[in-house]
Design a protein around this ligand. Sequence first.
Ligand SMILES: NC(=O)c1ccc[n+]([C@@H]2O[C@H](COP(=O)([O-])OP(=O)(O)OC[C@H]3O[C@@H](n4cnc5c(N)ncnc54)[C@H](O)[C@@H]3O)[C@@H](O)[C@H]2O)c1
Length: 257
Amino acid sequence: MAYTFNGKVALVTGGASGIGKAVVLELIAQGASVVAVDMVEERLTQLAAELQSQSDKLATCLGNVTSEADVDRMVETATSRFGRLDILVNNAGIMDAMTPVGELSTELWNRVLAVNLTGPFLLSRKAIPIMVAQGEGRIVNVASEAGLRGSAAGAAYTASKHGVIGLTKNTAFMYGPQGIRCNAVCPGGVETNIGIGGDYNPTALGISRVMGVLQATAGSRIAKPVELAAVITFLASDEASFVNGAILAADNGWSAV
Ligand SMILES: NC(=O)c1ccc[n+]([C@@H]2O[C@H](COP(=O)([O-])OP(=O)(O)OC[C@H]3O[C@@H](n4cnc5c(N)ncnc54)[C@H](O)[C@@H]3O)[C@@H](O)[C@H]2O)c1
């Protein structure tokens, strides 16, 4: 199903790879103007090259979602270039090598929490006043299967994604009356760069632990990023007008087992 995003402005963090990139491509294909944020410059350059024919619809922004100054600049890119901000997709995230709490360094804990949980907080805090002033807004937070269960990642990633779900529900409750819908998606395994592209690459052991859990569940397979983009764009669309505070698993049944 194609949704109409004509006239809408979106900001997608981690928008130059994997799920975020698929969301950027889908939103632009459906008429939105998009700010794609990422901290890897080459990926942003590649994205801009791919979307050269629609460069009027795309702004790229190099920055780190853990930096308040960068977050201010990301949101200001949306308002200065496109004049408003309707949709925020808090998607940027990193893994934790499936590290159990007893082996987890403070540095890795802080890093994972900063990117996966503080990032969505900072972006939401900056975007919400603009959305409130506009009378509407949609936030989609990309959580994880690890936000629903304890066996899908290490301690930091699991805690961060449970936190994202709490942030989502509270935002939905607090700002629903002001026209803002906030929902979360919990992907199962998705074919992206997260396992190879971050500062904390999962060790082979980490990946095999996750895959062992995944393979033990009925019907599990690895999704294409576009399958998650379909769910995220639905939640950001007018068609999801009565959906607020939902925590939607898109995991081929993993969480149902
Ligand atoms: N791939 C999966 O199996 C899977 C499963 C569940 C949840 N998720 C979640 O989906 C989201 C997207 O991940 P993906 O799988 O597409 O990974 P990915 O690595 O392909 O893309 C993530 C992008 O985020 C960017 N990024 C990382 N830290 C950043 C920061 N501090 N500031 C700005 N950008 C930053 C990276 O540079 C990268 O381009 C993440 O939140 C991840 O936790 C992924």
